[in-house]
Design a protein. Structure first.
Lengths: 338, 338, 338
């Protein structure tokens, strides 16, 4: 199985997940514990006490310290052991810490060499910082290699089939597909003309049921950070194009499982928590009942193999995902050589 | 572990299982999808889309076509790709199909070389086609190598112990056991004299509680197709022998699991669905609570080994099962050499 | 993974567990079936019928015989086949039996060479035979190597952290720790001064809430037989030291799982079954919700490795457990060389 790329920013958690106590989460196959210091900053440590090897995430926060729940060794947010009720505090008790940035309602973690972390920027998701966008967030664990998730989002031709009853329409079949690479960013796009939006999307766009031109475009950055822009342009003289955004952040847990974080904006419709909830539940349901079982079934077949090594049939719509896979392969090789 | 024999007819499903949508089932370790065409014929394809490797059984039937649920590739019953919304239809998109026969309320599948399928006949189970037999059917997945199931049915000496409370009697202990081979068919038999049938069997035979001579004989054909004839001959001047039939069809799923299909006739007693139900539930309960846990416990011990390689103690009653195992070994070798 | 030591007495069961029917239990990775003969003696046999390899524990007791549930082979308590309804009784049908002693409310089993069993004594737990001690017993399966359980009990410094809400106090932090080896027995001790007992312990000791000196000392013998003596000495002129005892008996099931048996005395307080129940539930809850999840998390990290091979940080409190581990290593080596 291809190794995880370490020198990248990964999403480790939704900001709302890191509140009172420590949270343990495996990222790129490494056990990580996340907790919030009194300043509000999030700390990320290797989730293993060097004494008895129990997860520090089974311990508790005391001020800025994380205290092991078995024998009381205490750590600061840099992984430095600051108290040892069982003996002397020595440097050998320190644990690794990981650089963390909190941005756009997400906790980002750098899994590689801390000295290299400024060489890679977190892509711009500042749309999530605009209150008028009323961003909604979600998380779902998935039993699939994270690149199978990327394939899913970069090839939106599946909407018509997998989401036939929720997001698909007759017209989407005729969409024109494009893929484009700019440096290490991949763009994938499709445009659908003369389409009546299905009810779930009409709820987000409020077009009044008129025929529209719908465009879907995805921006991808490594490892699997995707901004899906859905543009809707109603026909007729009074042109009033509207846009919503869906962000997808996939983080490998192991070589066969991943963490799926998502965010979605809701700039139209009433400022009503009930509408927020409906958006979250609609997206959650589509993923949980349609994408997730299909991708997990695919994982059972591909196993530890790389999908491309199994020689799948490749079509035009797969282009963007293949570009993304190639960039990851390059990054992986560069890291192995370094 | 011994390889599966491919050039044989296996039971893939009860006819009633293949109705509205596609059914995925692993047979001889291969993923198979079964669906019914508009003509009523059952099609069986390799259950994997060549594009993203998802199971075609997660898709849907549209007329005679099976449409992949992920990106819409469509197949006919011969495995030919007949539509590809994502690009060109090419022969490389075709999937393997398996010969199918539907007979006696069962769907039979040929897992080997299609050219050889006429060289092996499906054994005669036409008793199931007689309405007066009021045949009842059932299916149960079992975590055991399929030959352990054959052992169970070919050696009915277990009835007294494993089914002490349902099918066994004191007298069955004295039964005389016979085993006989004719070509590639094995027969196993035992006869019990002066026996009062237990309540469950009395329900099937309606002997009026008189002492009877009970004979049990099993006909076996590869891979594990068994016809058990239970004959009951009441004592006394007015001789009126009665017979019921139990059919057992075991299909390997993997090397440690199998599909157990069964059928049972009910020629006596009232024509009452409640009596049908009672027969089905009685057989189902005996297997689920008595045979299945015992055989699955045996599987946990034997693992991937062939039972005979573990040098079990062998008794007279094991003869028929050993004959059956030998025929399978010959078929397996012949196939490996070919 | 280190091999199990065979020439030792292990606890196989609580006496109360072996009553009506046979009990199957894996001990040192071997399947064992335990049952009680009419004399009251407990028999222990290899839990596998030599005919079909099913567990004899799925059979039933008939007088002093254990009868296989599949085909009726019958065994006496020495593992001798005494009846075979399927054919001749031969010596090749015999199964291995294990020496058993029943003592102190526990069933002890000798897993090694029967000729060597008198060379190792069962340590003295006769406190459990005194009715005034009102001993309480319990059993819990745990997914951890048995030596991780020993570590837990031999290093009571975890009480303050893992049992902060039940058994821990502020004062225990200042306890002085000692470890001592005498032959093949290890002693571990700690003493706490001027301590107010937490409510759960006050229930056992009935000190009236006065400050006390609490001493905890553990006696260990191989494989993992531990007697924890908790002494409480109230301050003040009217000295009246009180003692209760907790016994811990850990038996390996496999290299990553174990059987945890425990016993606890309750010499003080009213002779009331409700108080007995409260003690059992309190100990059971502390182990189930505090120790067990922590030790099982530790097991997930250590896997098949020996903890010491992973180079853990070692502190003063770990001394007693290290002594115990060393004795086991010596016994293991001696057995491998013999």
């Amino acid at each position: 199985m291809s190794k995880d790329i370490r020198n990248l920013w990964y999403v480790a958690a939704l900001s709302t997940e890191i509140a009172d106590g420590p949270v343990g989460r495996r990222i790129c196959s490494l056990p990580v514990v996340l907790y919030r210091e009194r300043s509000g900053a999030v700390a990320a440590l290797f989730d293993r006490c060097p004494h008895r090897f129990v997860p520090l995430s089974r311990g508790r926060c005391e001020g800025d310290r994380l205290v092991c729940g078995y024998h009381g060794l205490a750590y600061d947010g840099a992984g430095k052991c600051v108290a040892n009720p069982q003996g002397t505090v020595t440097r050998s008790l320190d644990v690794r810490s990981f650089p963390v940035e909190e941005r756009h309602g997400l906790v980002w973690i750098w899994m590689g060499d801390p000295a290299l972390r400024d060489t890679v920027a977190i892509p711009d998701f500042s749309l999530l910082d605009r209150p008028a966008m009323r961003p909604q967030y979600g998380y779902m664990w998935t039993a699939a290699h994270f690149e199978l998730m990327t394939d899913n989002i970069m090839d939106l031709s599946h909407i018509e089939f997998l989401h036939a009853d929720t997001l698909g329409t007759e017209k989407i079949r005729d969409a024109k597909v494009q893929a484009r690479v700019e440096g290490e960013t991949v763009y994938s796009g499709r445009t659908v003309h003369d389409e009546i939006l299905p009810p779930f999307l009409e709820g987000s766009f409020q077009t009044g049921g008129r025929p529209v031109t719908r465009s879907l475009s995805v921006r991808w950055n490594a490892p699997a950070l995707m901004l899906l822009t859905v543009g809707v342009d109603p026909a007729g003289p009074e042109k009033a194009p509207r846009e919503t955004f869906n962000m997808h952040f996939i983080t490998p847990e192991t070589s066969t499982t991943c963490h799926y974080f998502w965010a979605a904006t809701r700039p139209y419709g009433p400022d009503d928590p009930e509408w927020d909830r409906r958006l979250r539940e609609g997206l959650e349901r589509a993923f949980r009942t349609e994408d997730k079982p299909m991708i997990e079934a695919q994982q059972l077949v591909t196993g530890e193999a790389d999908l491309l090594d199994l020689k799948p049939a490749l079509f035009r719509g797969d282009g963007a995902a293949i570009h993304a896979r190639r960039i990851l392969t390059q990054l992986r090789r560069a890291e192995e050589e370094a």
